[in-house]
Design a binder for this molecule. Structure first.
Ligand code: ADP
Ligand code: ZN
Length: 515
């Protein structure tokens, strides 16, 4: 195993960095110790170093599984520019090119080999002829149907651990809720893997949600004091990206559209112009941004509501990678919600998609610190409100919701965390419907304890409790409500809970619905 000095000098020599970012060093050491690893780190956190650096110091080859052929070439080019021998194999190459790479592999002239999961089976006999020291699985959430970007080819990767039992494996992703994380470990057969969970907190990103009326006008106002700042506007449809780019051009902005329907060459040009600052604004579908290494994106706008929080967080995460203050703005309209619900019902895994959309909506509707909600979604709890979101900057009035919270949480506990929101409310309100009566919930102590609060208000209160981390929704378990670490504080330590005043919430809702 290489010593720390050697590791640091390699970091400097090949990557030009003087020190590691948080977690990188621990991860690298864990690999050298032969352990399997799961790394959850936000976009821009520095995942690549975690396997690229060991690749330089391990005796054999590092195999990197990566889902996007387009990104592979960029990554390999980047490595080569740093003097690192790397190659990729995928279906875009002809036989000669592939043979050349095979020969290099056999000669041990390659440190990192990038492969798409679909190509792995073709390489099987080759892989038994070379020494593999590390297997890295990038964008590992693609293996999970709980994730937002499921790719069937990834599910075949489960065999890697049995095929190479002594080779350490590292699975990396920027987007994994708890369920996805567990699923990754299970499917890759690395349930004993060490988990590295980087903080997802990006304090330099301000968070803001606005009702989605007159969006173009609002965008133009928003851009008023940002004449030269680069930014991305994410839209749901290709048509919207084009319409918007055109409108912004009409206002004198240098804006371009980007989506998967635009010819490859043109797309590459837009991307390049954006990176070298000759295009200021890209109006894009979510196809844009994966793997783009641009540190000075100053703002990200979501013209439409994203379909889940993972995607949203990844997209806003493209702003402010240099650590400087950057703005994010999300437009919330119910027309988008309806559209997304339609998509969700026609997709596979309908229930999961709907539950995720619900969480996204709750975020947009929230009257408590938005950063708390985002981070709690990724399993990270922060004590203090962030001060850098629109709710923190413009807080609603609050009521003492401790007793309301205690009633809700103790009901969740008494029904053994086995029911979704609706049933919990039914029990609280003493409903006499079949679900309640069949399960005998009329006999539990909190049955009917809060019938004075309307069904709708209960729903809002519980959403607030979820958003503040006092309860969570297990969307992989039929949306059952579950207690969290914070629940105990409310139930047993009398922690004070603040809930937004619902009369105020009512006003905001009306404003949003009306447009
Ligand atoms: P991720 O894959 O997690 O999105 P990358 O590996 O692409 O992140 O790294 C994001 C950026 O951070 C890159 O520009 C990279 O050069 C830079 N970076 C990574 N590690 C370090 C480090 N230890 N010191 C300084 N910069 C780093
Ligand atoms: Zn906040």
């Amino acid at each position: 195993m290489p010593d720390q000095k050697q590791i640091l000098s390699t970091l400097k020599e090949y990557f030009g960095y003087d020190s590691f970012r948080p977690l990188q060093e621990d991860i690298v050491n864990s690999i050298f110790n032969g352990y399997d690893n799961v790394v959850i780190m936000p976009t821009g956190g520095g995942k690549s170093i975690c396997y690229q650096l060991p690749a330089l110091l391990l005796p054999g080859i590092t195999l990197v599984i990566s889902p996007l052929i387009a990104l592979m070439k960029d990554q390999v080019d980047g490595l080569k520019a740093n003097g690192i021998q790397a190659a990729f194999v995928n279906s875009s190459q002809n036989e000669n090119e592939q043979q050349e790479i095979y020969q290099k592999l056999l000669n041990k002239d390659i440190r990192l080999l990038y492969v798409a999961p679909e190509s792995l089976s073709f390489l099987d006999s080759l892989l038994s002829q070379i020494e593999i020291s590390l297997i890295a699985i990038d964008e590992a959430h693609c293996i999970s149907s709980w994730g937002h970007d499921f790719r069937p080819a990834y599910t075949q990767l489960g065999y890697l651990k049995s095929r190479f039992p002594d080779t350490p494996l590292i699975a990396l992703t920027a987007t994994a809720d708890k369920a996805t994380r567990q699923d990754i470990c299970q499917q890759l057969n690395i349930t004993n893997a060490t988990q590295f969970l980087a903080s997802f907190d990006r304090k330099n990103l301000s968070l803001e949600v606005r009702p989605g009326n007159k969006r173009i006008e609002q965008i133009i106002n928003f851009l008023e004091n940002k004449p030269n700042d680069s930014g991305i506007i994410y839209c749901l449809s290709r048509k919207t990206t084009e319409m918007l780019a055109e409108k912004l051009q009409g206002q004198g902005f240098i804006a371009e559209a980007y989506h998967a329907g635009i010819p490859h060459e043109k797309r590459a040009k837009v991307q390049e112009s954006f990176i070298n600052d000759s295009v200021q604004i890209v109006c894009a579908t979510i196809a844009f941004g994966m793997g783009i290494d641009k540190s000075n994106v100053r703002w990200v706008i979501h013209y439409n509501l994203p379909k889940n929080i993972e995607g949203y967080y990844q997209e806003i995460g493209r702003a402010g990678r240099d650590g400087l203050p950057s703005a994010t703005l999300l437009f919330h309209s119910y027309a988008d919600v309806v559209q997304l619900q339609k998509f969700a019902t026609t997709s596979g895994n309908q229930e999961v998609q709907m539950a995720k959309l619900d969480r996204m909506k709750q975020y947009a509707d929230s009257l408590s610190c938005r950063r708390k909600i985002l981070l709690s979604y990724f399993g990270e709890l922060i004590e203090e409100d962030c001060g850098n979101c629109d709710v923190c900057k413009n807080p609603p009035s609050f009521i003492d919701g401790t007793i309301i919270a205690q009633k809700a949480l103790s009901t969740v506990a008494r029904i053994k965390e086995e029911e979704p929101i609706g049933t919990v409310i039914d029990v609280l309100r003493g409903a006499q419907n079949a679900i309640v009566l069949d399960k005998g919930y009329q006999r539990i102590k909190t049955y009917g304890i809060a019938s004075d609060i309307s069904w709708r208000d209960w729903q809002q209160y519980i959403i607030q409790l979820i958003n503040q981390g006092y309860i969570e929704i297990a969307f992989h378990l039929n949306n059952k409500l579950k207690l969290t670490k914070l629940s105990k504080k409310v139930l047993f330590e009398n922690e004070k809970v603040h809930l937004a005043n619902l009369t105020e919430l009512e006003k905001i809702k009306e404003k949003t619905v009306l447009q």
